[in-house]
Design a protein around this ligand. Structure first.
Ligand code: UDP
Ligand code: MG
Length: 140
């Protein structure tokens, strides 16, 4: 079943010039990029985006990291896109991420782990709406 998911290349990934390499992996795996936007989150937006984590000890650091520079947000579409993107990303902690995943190859720490991906259909819908208007998505 075709699905959509939200992906973010986090500030460390943009700063290190990893956008092209990560987009190559999406396209090589058959995920279609149907919308993309560079933006920079302010504190209020980053807090809102990660509100599910507001009680966690890492929340303030995460918000500081996510506002430290521009990010690339993209909507990926394809069969089972949510899980397939999570597989390309690898585990949250790069030290535990499978060989060949983005986080294993490029992640510096459990915080600075280069990419975000929605974790389920409800989150995907909310996170896509957070960054994109329907007009800016081009299903194909
Ligand atoms: N994070 C962190 N410390 C932790 C767990 C997570 O700094 O112990 C950061 C990390 O950048 C992660 C984000 O918070 O990507 C969101 O955490 P989540 O558990 O949702 O991981 P993800 O879905 O990104 O793999
Ligand atoms: Mg998550």
């Amino acid at each position: 079943m075709s699905e959509r998911t939200l992906s973010i290349i986090k500030p460390d990934g943009v700063a290190r010039g990893l956008v092209g390499e990560i987009y190559r992996r999406f396209e090589a795996s058959g995920l279609r990029i149907i919308g993309a936007r560079m933006t920079r989150l302010d504190t209020q937006k980053a807090r809102a985006f990660y509100q599910a984590h507001r009680q966690r000890p890492f929340y303030d650091d995460l918000v500081a990291y996510m506002t430290s520079g521009p990010i690339m947000a993209q909507v990926l579409e394809g069969d089972n896109a949510i899980q397939r993107n999570r597989e390309l990303m690898g585990a949250t902690n790069p030290a535990q991420a499978a060989v060949g995943t983005v986080r294993a190859d490029y992640g510096e720490s459990i915080e600075r782990n280069v990419v975000h991906g929605s974790d389920g259909p409800g989150a995907a819908r909310e996170e896509i709406d957070f960054f994109f208007r329907p007009d800016d998505l081009h299903s194909r």
